[in-house]
Design a protein around this ligand. Structure first.
Ligand code: NAP
Length: 250
């Protein structure tokens, strides 16, 4: 189904994991996709892969913590494609220690990449999204944006909780401006972000607390993002969509 034909989409953190799967899904649904990531080589490869599959995709190297970087990327997208319809604020990193062991450097970096980036992205893209007439922003939060998880990773929880409410207040502000804003809350998804937690105990904890008894796939998050990006979600704004194998139903 080509629900996104003629739409232009920017996906951050799209060289890997959920972002990469999202770029592929949006492209398969007809969107022109701009893959943004801090990782140049993997980002170029992701865009090349989509072009080989017949899609229109380009890569732009972009650190989502840079306000100047955001301005440049949005200006470039509008200059090259005339508009921006879909923004997926996906790039994020996590911390892993308990609060007593979390230093300021880790806190600041995690908040900058995972939380402040979403503020910067929506601010930089506001004018272009409003001009689109079909604006849709999907901010990637987490099950850890609404639950305390395993009691560690304080910066990640704080950032993902902030993303949830930043989504809602911006959705209200743009409710009559033709821009919908929603958050997606993945459960434990099998991507490189989990590579530091592949020991038996961590995998057991993640799978064991997921009622469906398995990790999710990046493509399962991408499908939810594509729905929110499309006109099928035309009356959906300020909502939070959990794709978590039942984690938050407990
Ligand atoms: P991933 O595979 O690590 O992909 C994230 C991408 O973002 C990587 O390419 C990463 O590059 C890039 N990135 C990091 N810092 C950046 C920056 N400053 N500017 C631009 N790009 C940057 O992770 P993922 O699992 O797909 O996660 C995607 C999103 O889903 C994140 O927001 C994450 O918190 C959220 N999420 C994931 C899960 C899960 O279980 N996987 C669950 C809930 C929510 P580097 O590799 O160089 O860091």
């Amino acid at each position: 189904m080509k629900r996104l034909k003629g739409r232009t989409a920017l996906v951050t953190g799209a060289a890997s994991g959920i972002g990469r799967a999202t770029a592929r899904r949006l492209a398969a649904e007809g969107a022109i996709v701009i893959i943004s990531d801090i990782q140049q080589e993997a980002g170029e490869a992701a865009a090349a892969e989509l072009r080989e599959e017949g899609s229109t995709a380009t890569f732009v190297q972009h650190d989502v913590t840079s306000e100047d970087g955001w301005k440049q990327v949005i200006d470039q997208v509008v200059a090259e494609h005339g508009k921006l319809d879909i923004l997926v604020n996906n790039a994020g990193i996590g911390d892993s220690l308990p609060i007593e062991e979390t230093d300021m450097k880790t806190w600041d970096r995690t908040i900058a990449v995972t939380q402040t980036s979403v503020f910067l992205g929506m601010k930089a893209a506001a004018e272009a999204l409003k001009a689109s007439g079909n604006g849709s922003v999907i901010n990637i939060s987490s099950i850890f944006g609404t639950s305390g998880g395993f009691g560690v990773s304080p910066a990640y929880h704080a950032a993902k909780g902030a993303v949830r409410l930043l989504t809602k207040t911006t959705a209200l502000h743009w409710a009559t401006e033709g821009v919908r804003v929603n958050s997606v809350h993945p459960g434990f998804i099998d991507t490189p972000i989990l590579d530091q937690n592949r020991d038996e105990a961590s995998m057991g904890a993640m799978v064991g607390t997921t009622p469906m008894g398995r990790l999710g796939k990046p493509e399962e998050i991408a499908a939810a993002i594509a729905f929110l990006a499309s006109d099928d979600a035309a009356f959906v704004t300020g909502s939070e969509l959990y794709v978590d194998g039942g984690f938050t139903a407990r």
